[in-house]
Ligand binder design. Structure first.
Ligand code: UDP
Length: 390
C-alpha cells in the first residue's frame, strides 16, 4: 500500500516539476526569441574565452607584437628613425642606468607620470633613447613612413604609434574641478577607493538605469545625452564642463551638470564609456564598480583594451548608438546575463590590470624596443637628469 502511495506521490511531483519546467522554458523561449541575437553573442563569446595569464604580461603581449611588428619586420630601428621622430614627443635617453630628458615637457605632470615607470626600469635597461608623446593624440599616420613614437592611445588601423601604459596610471590624469582638482589620481589608489564603494552598491541596490557623466570631448557622446533627455528613466547622461567650456553649445545647449566622482558611478547598473579626444581614461575605472560597462566604438585603444572581450567583459555599442535604447531594454530584461558581464569585467581588471601588470608591460616594451635599436645613442647636451621625486 505504502509503495503505491509513494509511487503516486512521485508521479504527482514529476508532473508538477514538468509543468514548472515547461513554464520556465516557455518564458525563456519568449524572452530568448526577442533577445536571441544578443544572448547568442554572449554564449558564443563566453564559450570561446580563455582567461589570460599574468606571467610575462601574457594578457597584453599581442598588442606589443602588433605595435612592434613594423620594426621587427625591418629588423631594426635606426638613428635616422629616432631623429625623425624627435618633433613628435619628448626625447628621453638612458645612459649607465640614468634617465635624461629634453628640458621641455609641455605637460610636466604627464612626463612625471611616465618617468615614474621609466625610473623603475633603469636597473634592467641598456643605454637607449626613445620619443614619448605625452599629448592625447597619436602622432604617426599609417599613410606615411613609420616613426618610432610612443603614445598612450591610437587607432591601430591608422597609426604606427607604439602604445605605452598612460601616465595617468601614476599621475597627470585630467584635472576635473571640483572632484579631481589635481587629476584623477593614482590607479592603485583608485582601485581601492572604487572597489570599496562598489561593495556598498550590490547589484540589487543599484539603480536599474544607465549613467554617463563627462564633457563633450567627442560628439559621439551626443546620442546618449539626447536619449537621456527624452527618456530619463532609462539613462542619466549629462555633459559637464571642462577647461575648454565656453558656452552651453559645449554642453549640447543645456546647463552643465555637476561632476560625479568615479566611485559614485557605482550607484548605477549600466555605465557608458566613449572615446574622447583619444581613448578615455574612464574605461578601466568603470569596471571596478561591478556594473555592466557599455563600451562605444572599438577603434580607439589603450594597450589593455584588446584583452577585454565584447560580450564577455562589456557590452559593445556602435558609435551611432542606433541600438542604444534596445540594449538598455535587453539589459533590464536579462539581469542574470548582464550581471555576469559585469562580474567578468570587474574580475578581469582586478586580476590583470594591477600596478604589477603596468610595470610588466613597461618592462617588456622597453626591453624589446631596446633590442631593436641598431646603434649606440649619443648623449645630447643640455638634457636634464631625472631622479625619483624630482
Ligand atoms: N570625470 C568624472 N566625473 C565627471 C566628469 C569627468 O569622473 O563628472 C572623469 C572621467 O571619467 C574621465 C575624466 O574625468 O576620466 C575626463 O572626462 P571627460 O569626459 O572630460 O573627458 P574624456 O577624457 O572622457 O574625453
Amino acid at each position: 500500500k505504502s509503495t503505491t502511495f509513494f509511487f503516486a506521490l512521485i508521479c504527482l511531483f514529476s508532473v508538477e516539476f514538468a509543468n514548472a519546467d515547461k513554464d520556465h522554458e516557455k518564458k525563456k523561449y519568449t524572452k530568448g526569441a526577442r533577445w536571441s541575437h544578443y544572448l547568442e553573442k554572449v554564449d558564443e563569446a563566453v564559450a570561446q574565452y580563455d582567461d589570460c595569464s599574468n606571467e610575462d604580461c601574457g594578457c597584453f603581449t599581442s598588442v606589443l607584437d602588433a605595435d612592434l611588428a613594423v620594426w621587427e619586420n625591418k629588423g631594426k630601428i635606426t638613428q635616422k628613425d629616432v631623429e625623425a621622430a624627435l618633433p613628435f614627443g619628448v626625447h628621453y635617453q638612458i645612459f649607465n642606468h640614468k634617465l635624461y630628458r629634453h628640458k621641455d615637457c609641455m605637460f610636466p605632470f604627464r612626463c612625471s607620470g611616465v618617468e615614474h615607470f621609466l625610473l623603475e626600469q633603469l636597473p634592467h635597461l641598456p643605454d637607449m633613447e626613445m620619443v614619448i608623446n605625452v599629448r592625447d593624440w597619436p602622432q604617426t599616420s599609417r599613410h606615411r613612413e613609420p616613426l618610432p613614437v610612443f603614445s598612450f592611445s591610437k587607432v591601430a588601423a591608422h597609426h604606427w604609434d607604439i602604445m605605452y601604459p598612460a601616465w595617468t596610471f601614476w599621475e597627470g590624469g585630467p584635472a576635473v574641478w571640483p572632484i579631481y582638482p589635481t587629476g584623477l589620481g593614482r590607479w592603485d589608489l583608485q582601485r581601492d577607493i572604487i572597489s570599496k564603494k562598489a561593495a556598498e552598491w550590490p547589484w540589487d541596490k543599484k539603480e536599474n538605469k544607465g549613467f554617463f557623466r563627462g564633457s563633450r570631448t567627442s560628439y559621439e557622446r551626443d546620442p546618449l545625452v539626447l536619449l537621456s533627455r527624452k527618456e530619463p528613466d532609462l539613462v542619466d547622461a549629462q555633459y559637464t564642463k571642462n577647461q575648454a567650456w565656453k558656452s552651453e553649445e559645449d554642453t549640447l545647449y543645456a546647463a552643465p551638470a555637476e561632476e560625479v566622482k568615479l566611485e559614485d558611478h557605482c550607484k548605477y547598473r549600466y555605465l557608458y564609456n566613449f572615446r574622447g579626444v583619444a581613448a578615455s581614461f574612464r574605461l578601466k575605472h568603470l569596471f571596478l564598480c561591478n556594473s555592466t560597462v557599455f563600451h562605444v566604438g572599438n577603434e580607439w585603444l589603450e594597450f589593455f583594451y584588446p584583452a577585454l572581450k565584447p560580450w564577455v567583459h562589456y557590452i559593445p555599442v556602435s558609435t551611432k548608438l542606433t541600438e542604444g535604447r534596445d540594449l538598455f531594454i535587453f539589459a533590464k530584461e536579462n539581469q542574470e546575463v548582464v550581471k555576469g558581464i559585469a562580474d567578468r569585467g570587474r574580475q578581469f581588471i582586478v586580476d590583470h590590470l594591477r600596478m604589477d601588470d603596468i610595470t610588466c608591460y613597461w618592462s617588456k616594451l622597453l626591453q624589446r624596443y631596446a633590442q631593436l635599436l641598431s646603434y649606440k645613442p649619443q648623449k645630447k647636451s643640455g638634457y636634464i637628469l631625472i631622479k625619483p621625486g624630482s
